[in-house]
Design a protein around this ligand. Sequence first.
Ligand SMILES: O=C(O)CCC(=O)C(=O)O
Ligand SMILES: [Fe+2]
Length: 358
Amino acid sequence: MIDDVDDWISNMSEALENFDSLDNEHHKAESAHVSPDHASKNQVETVFLRRFCEVIESCDSLVPDLEIKGYCVLDDAFQPEFLRHIVDEIDMLRDCCTMEASPNMLKGRDGEDLVLIKEGVLEKSIVVQDELIMGEGALSFIPNLRRLCECRSQMVSVLQSKGGILSNVTALDQAKVTYISKNGAFPVHVDAHPVYDRMLTITLYLNEGYQDEDAGELRLFPLPYQPFDVKPKFGRIVLFSSIHMYHRVMPSQGEGRYTLALWFTGTDNSFPKCCFDPTDPRSEGFEQHVFANRDSLPFLVYYEECKRSILESFDGNDQDKLESALAAFEKKVEDYKRRLGDSLLKQLEEFPLLHKLG
Ligand SMILES: O=C(O)CCC(=O)C(=O)O
Ligand SMILES: [Fe+2]
């Protein structure tokens, strides 16, 4: 065990040394034609991955948390100075009107496709399918975001080196910044991608001076455990299963809510495992049902909240479209109920399904 940790540290130190020397090359090339102010910003960038690496490395519960609960929250994952530059860069993207509305594809009551826009949410992708998608001109305005995205393979190595389920992370699928203004929200959803094998979501929160009244919490639904709210505090990252962890963003009440989302592809989506209390005899035979239905159960258990989240997120869209989406949602829930069958539904109602996390 000790050997593993030592190996891990020595591999990472090597990777970081290589990375630092690459970084120095990059800065030498740049310093010839940048202002001293810009050069000092670049020095901040050289250390950001080291902090990320240390935080991932030192968290003993990261892998077990992901494997059992499906999520883990870590604080101070990046240097504050670096994060402040990122916030400035998101503001710059907003000022230049390059941020885009955030659409969701939903089904309508007759199975037709509907596109609804999340009110008050603006976003911009920087990496798609492991490639930087902005042109050189635009990238030159966001040097810190650029460096972070350019380090995507190092981030993948840091995650892989942690072992367990994380050794199956393969690449960065997408990186996207998001800005949410007052009352903006996300409906209950998972981050699965129809084409790419997304495995892990990491969201970085950038809200300095966040206060509880600002709301905009990320609410996770880690069945069979109770919902868990993550406050979007400055420097915090949350890691979770992209395809099994249902989540929503509660309506934001602050001046602006800033995030950077990173979606990683990977080859193992068997986490989180379903963990009922093994000493509770009522869980016998039930665990496998919860596990087998984990992609539909949240809509039954949290039916009202799911509906409310649709209303809160898409308020302001065409009323007919919104009603059609709600009708389709209700139809989907009825289908799920039929599929589960009466006896399992009754068991669900009687069973104290929601465990408290220890
Ligand atoms: O900002 C967050 O907390 C999560 C946003 C989200 O769920 C998403 O971008 O898919
Ligand atoms: Fe999401």
